[in-house]
Ligand binder design. Structure first.
Ligand code: 5AD
Ligand code: SF4
Length: 452
């Protein structure tokens, strides 16, 4: 069966799509990289905000037409929207044949086979307390970075967030399975891994915590860089900061979601920290890790957010000076605690106004912070040709900032030294600097595929 998978949403979904591809290939499905010719189309969906939902509904309407024409035989909706589709299924039943939540991917071949052979609908919404897919080794596209999920689910129940309902309870993979997946991706030519979890500092497996895991992964021979996303400010371990400071492979980059700056809003969000505690954490991070880059997520217009509350968020953004931020308008999700207890009462125009204002402030700060890098020299790993000028490379420094430079003698995966000469809001520009290893020495140990 020729199958095409479309992925929406976060990196965890990208990772899951690799798991799904692997499960299906092992069951004799052929995976296509375009929709043309596909008999089975699977949408791996996101439910975090309403616009993510809307995208899928539009897509399903389009697929309905393809199905009528007869080219597409089976349509599946996977991932985070599965739970919310439960109630809307009647409406979508003519177009959707299979629905499978994030913990049901091992059942996909049998659900798809029955849909194909007997036309029966197959739905599996169940959430598991133990499924981590540790026994599946996803086959990735060749590149420099491999994403590795270390845990699934979330038990924090931030009141705005649907993830605890769509992805279920928190569970961690064994450190052995994560280390062996890291060894495997290194042997395939990847030079960097990014450890993924909804809340990585809750990682716990027997006596191992997240810092123990980071050390074990960082010690894998041949690996050059380890990143992670996302931690939670409420219990970020100081021990991890010291480890990052001392371990050359662990990158000085932390994505620390703030969500809001006002204590009353933070409390209503059930974030369990105050503005002052966030400041104290940032001070510790910057004391222990000079030169670290700090990024964040912020929601504008959560229930009851007054002008004064929003000014508190502006104050935090101005004082912390994040390197960059993802800024979202609050989008009420069904079944969340906020949808029951805290009405979505900030008018849409206010949400837009606040989002635009905060984005303007953050863009100014991002540019200023990038300008502070001019004159410094960084180790940069080449990732891909620059989008604007394919004769130049785009790579990333330890802090995960994109750096564009000209060095045709080097290739993807090489780590070189680059001196920054110019800065934009999102990118640094630089020149190859003295002290870079020769191109031959750069790539002694990696996969030939990368350098064809
Ligand atoms: N509305 C808007 N943004 C949200 N996020 C999570 N839930 C919502 C919501 N209901 C944001 C948070 C989170 C990021 C992944 O998405 O900022 O950190
Ligand atoms: Fe959602 Fe909060 Fe869990 Fe993040 S920590 S996934 S925002 S409930």
């Amino acid at each position: 069966m020729k199958t095409y998978i479309e992925t929406y949403g976060c990196q965890m979904n990208e990772y899951d799509s690799e798991i799904i591809r692997t499960v299906l290939r092992d069951n004799k499905y052929e995976i296509l990289d375009q929709i043309d010719g596909a008999e089975v189309v699977l949408l791996n969906t996101c439910a975090i905000r309403e616009n993510a939902h809307q995208k899928i509904f539009h897509r399903l309407n389009h697929l309905r037409a393809l199905k009528k024409k007869g080219s597409v035989k089976v349509i599946g909706v996977l991932g985070c929207m599965a739970q919310s589709l439960r109630k809307d299924l009647a409406e979508f039943s003519p177009v959707v044949d299979v629905v499978a939540g994030p913990d049901s991917y091992k059942r996909l071949p049998s659900l798809l086979n029955s849909a194909r052979e007997t036309g029966s609908k197959g739905f599996d919404f169940s959430l598991s307390e133990w499924e981590t897919y540790s026994d599946i080794s996803p086959k990735r596209e060749v590149g420099t970075n491999a994403w590795i999920a270390i845990m699934r689910g979330c038990d924090n129940f931030c009141t705005f967030c649907v993830v605890p309902y769509t992805r279920g309870r928190e569970r961690s993979r064994s450190p052995e399975s994560i280390v062996s997946e890291t060894e495997r991706v290194v042997s395939e030519g990847f030079r960097q891994v990014t450890l993924l979890g909804q809340n990585v500092n809750s990682y716990k497996y027997e006596d191992y915590d997240f810092a123990d895991l980071m050390k074990m992964v960082g010690d894998v021979p041949g690996l050059r860089r380890v990143r992670f996303t996302s931690p939670h400010p409420k219990d970020f371990p100081r021990k991890l900061l010291h480890l990052i400071a001392d371990h050359p492979k662990l990158c000085k980059q932390i994505h620390m979601p703030l969500q809001a700056g006002s204590d009353t809003v933070l409390e209503r969000m059930n974030r369990t920290y105050t503005k002052q505690e966030f400041y104290d954490l940032v001070d510790d991070i910057r004391d222990i890790l000079p030169g670290v880059s700090l990024t964040t997520d912020i929601i504008c217009g959560f229930s009851g957010e007054s002008d004064k509350d929003f000014e508190d968020t502006v104050e935090v953004v101005e004082r912390v000076r994040f390197d960059s931020a993802f800024i979202f308008k609050y989008s009420e999700r069904k079944n969340t605690i906020a949808s029951r207890k805290h009405p979505d009462d900030v008018p849409e125009e206010k949400k837009t106004e606040r989002t635009v204002r905060l984005n303007d402030i953050q863009r100014r700060i991002s540019l200023e912070r990038n300008e502070e890098e001019i004159g410094k020299t960084f180790e940069v790993m080449i990732e891909q040709p620059s989008k604007k000028n394919p004769d130049e490379w785009m790579g990333r420094n330890d802090q995960n900032k994109g750096v564009v430079f000209h060095a045709p003698q080097y290739k993807i995966g090489d780590i070189v030294r680059v001196k920054i000469t110019k800065a934009g809001t999102n990118t640094l520009i630089g020149d190859l600097a003295e002290g870079s290893a020769s191109p031959e020495l750069c790539r002694v140990s990696y996969n030939d595929q990368l350098f064809q």
